[in-house]
Ligand binder design. Structure first.
Ligand code: GLA
Length: 693
């Protein structure tokens, strides 16, 4: 695909929803966009009710005008298919296309995203509306990119979903015997003797089957991806040179496997709204997006579904786009498609601090984003998101926010050279959507397990110590990384465990944390001791888990404390030794036996007395081939984690790309790094030959 195509420059702009405003505002919008340096806007994301006010009746006039105005202003359009929110008439005509919750409640129109991707009427209508837009605007000079749908995220549990789920399960498991085995249905009398007996996980009396829940999550991602593919096939057919994407929603609840989706889009687009710790969360989101874009993997199709109007089966040319293959797909660019000028913290929406919009945008760009886009161009005066901010805030262009938007728009064109080389990463952190889903299952040994937070911690420790990390799937080629962190990778396939063994035996350093390699791909426990898939690599055997209550802090001592030597920790340089302070473990602990590894720390202190943990290994190290595999059986503080890795704090964010260095000071203090003096909140983008200020 021809990307960046017309965008040699970084993309700058946001969601533009002009249908909220009278026409006289549109001209001012375009003039302000030009002032701000905007070159791309996403139009029509939620416009279905305006484009098709009643069944089969279209009104494209307003969109024609907007596209013409934008084009005259030199602004490209990322044109959306409006399928994330069907109009009210659609739900009334096709109630079976409205979402059904696990409790069996059919939702009604009144918000957005109320659809069922398995409903034939909805699927057909989506292809129809995508086709009508492509037919009308295929030759419009403003058309730069297609934005299919918006933040795929609605899972439905209706009868259409049940039937599609069964089709998907047949493809995955082949036979009922295999499914019964994978789901361990012999427990609690769940054995299935016919496919028709299987349903999505719906409200039930007590704990649902975790393997069923996991498969349903896989299926939902695949089914939504089929919905995307159908629209993409139509858009590709009519506008073969125009990139097609959809904006990925991030967050724990996200029901899509982004890595599979990355294989299907022409560029990976993410929406990102940090909350508690915006700089670290931004680096995490950007590194995730870069990982998905660099290592996409095609997943299976869920269900060919009903033949859309323009069935790929009936027309072989777009079918090549539709027919999913398996396996790695080529790397892609990625883009921050939406961010906000405010910070959503849960209870409060906070105005971003002066310079914060610029710093966070720059962090995304340093980490590979092809630009910085926002939700939304002009803050709404009404509607559900009237307080979500805008590049033009309610106060209008004479405002701190709009001035910063203009400054950022002026900065971006100066960064082109700095963005030419790839981002350099000094470590990898493993991330897997399926491990996340499995760790969200009911019935685990602790209800407080939080996969994302565990991965975030590993990433944050590297980030705060100046190490740029790639977030990659356990199957990725790891050979280039000196260090790979494996946080709570509960679900681990045999082939991926082999990949980790290959990495370490080739000389790598692997740091595996608690609850990794415990379950197979069906979420069944690997027997004989944990971490089943990695025992030989780590040289240990975990006999039991001991989750800890919030107020319990275990002391981690050097192993020689058991010989009566109460000496301090040595501050040694090699990995696995920590600073001179006592370390602690919280949240989780395990009864670890050494089977070839050595203990770097053991559990001591009052909370362990009388338990099997007392004096047992807490952190271990095992030479394997030419490399080393460490195991951490408890949660360390960020500082202790950094000590274990032998890292020194970095006061500012640093990202290197070839000869270029991006340095961003998110703090309120001045810092000097690499001879660069950065004022509070300041940043610098420098080539190695540039004079240092
Ligand atoms: C996401 C959605 C937008 C909007 C914003 C709110 O990015 O795609 O439509 O809801 O969140 O900030």
């Amino acid at each position: 695909m021809d990307w960046p195509g017309r965008f040699g420059a970084l993309c700058y702009g946001g969601d533009y929803n002009p249908e909220q405003w009278p026409q006289e505002v549109w001209k001012e919008d375009v003039a302000l966009m030009r002032r701000a340096g905007v070159n791309l806007v996403s139009v029509g994301v939620f416009s279905w009710a305006r484009l098709e006010p009643s069944p089969g009746v279209h009104d494209f006039g307003w969109l024609d005008d907007i596209l013409d105005l934008l084009h005259d202003g030199g602004i490209g359009v990322d044109l959306a298919t409006p399928t994330a929110s069907p109009p009210p008439w659609f739900g009334l005509a096709h109630p079976d296309a409205l979402t059904v919750t696990p409790d069996g409640v059919r939702l009604t129109h009144g918000s957005r995203d109320t659809y069922c991707v398995h409903a034939p009427a909805y699927r057909a209508a989506c292809v129809r509306v995508a086709r009508s837009l492509a037919e009308r605007y295929r030759d419009h000079p403003a058309l730069a990119m297609w934005h299919v749908h918006n933040e795929y995220g609605t899972a439905c549990h209706c009868e259409h979903a049940a039937s599609a789920f069964r089709t998907w399960l047949r493809a995955r498991h082949g036979t009922l015997d295999a499914l019964n085995d994978a789901w361990t249905t012999s427990f609690w009398s769940q054995h299935y003797s016919a496919w028709e007996q299987i349903t999505p996980p719906r409200a039930t009396q007590y704990l649902p089957n975790p393997s069923q829940v996991l498969d349903f999550r896989r299926f939902v991602s695949d089914a939504m991806l089929d919905h995307f593919r159908e629209q993409k096939a139509v858009l590709r057919e009519l506008t073969p040179g125009v990139p097609v994407t959809t904006n990925f929603v991030l967050g724990d609840w996200a029901p899509v496997n982004h890595r599979h989706w990355a294989a299907e889009v022409d560029l990976v687009a993410i929406d990102h709204y940090p909350s508690a710790d915006p700089p670290a969360e931004t680096a995490f989101a950007a590194d995730l997006a870069r990982g998905w874009a660099a290592n996409p993997e095609r997943g299976p199709a869920a269900d060919p579904g009903p033949a859309p109007e323009h069935s790929p089966a009936a027309d072989p040319s777009p079918a090549t786009e539709h027919a999913p293959e398996r396996g790695p797909a080529p790397g892609k660019p990625w883009l921050l498609m939406e961010q906000a000028v405010v910070t959503y913290t849960g209870p409060r929406m906070l105005a971003k601090r002066p310079g914060e919009i610029t710093r966070l945008s720059l962090s995304h760009i340093a980490r590979g984003s092809r630009g910085a886009m926002f939700f939304q161009w002009r803050a709404s005066r009404g509607g559900a998101e009237l307080w979500h901010g805008g590049m033009v805030p309610h106060a209008g262009p004479d405002s701190r926010i709009f001035r910063e938007i203009c400054d950022l728009g002026a900065l971006l064109p100066t960064l082109k050279d700095a963005c030419a080389a790839p981002v350099e990463a000094g470590a990898a952190v493993l991330w897997d959507a399926e491990a996340n889903w499995a760790l969200q299952s009911p019935g685990l040994p602790s209800t407080e397990l939080d996969y994302t937070e565990t991965v975030r911690q590993a990433h944050r420790v590297l980030y705060r110590h100046g190490v740029t990390a790639d977030l990659v799937h356990p199957s990725a080629d790891l050979s280039a990384y000196p260090l790979v962190l494996v946080p709570a990778l509960y679900l681990l396939a045999d082939a991926d465990a082999d990949n980790l063994r290959r990495y370490v035996s080739g000389g790598g350093t692997l740091v595996v944390s608690y609850l990794s390699g415990v379950a197979d791909e069906h979420a069944r426990v690997r027997l004989g001791g944990h971490p089943g898939a990695l025992r030989d690599l780590l040289g240990i055997r975990v006999e039991e888990f001991h989750p800890l209550p919030p107020d319990v802090v275990l002391t981690l001592s050097p192993p020689d404390v058991l010989d009566g030597d109460q000496g301090e920790w040595d501050d040694q340089e090699d990995r696995g030794h920590r600073g001179d302070r006592p370390e602690t473990g919280t949240f989780w602990s395990e009864h670890v036996h050494l089977e070839g590894a050595e203990a770097l720390a053991v559990y001591t202190g009052p909370h362990t007395s009388g338990t099997p943990l007392s004096g047992q290994p807490a952190i271990t190290r095992h030479p394997y081939g030419s490399g080393t595999a460490l195991y951490v059986s408890t949660r360390l503080s960020d500082t202790a984690y950094a000590h274990l890795l032998g890292l020194k704090p970095a006061p500012v964010e640093l990202v290197r790309r070839g000869e270029w260095l991006f340095a961003i000071n998110h703090s309120d203090e001045e810092h000097e790094v690499d001879g660069l003096r950065l004022p509070p909140g300041g940043f610098a983008v420098r080539a190695s030959g540039d004079p240092k200020p």
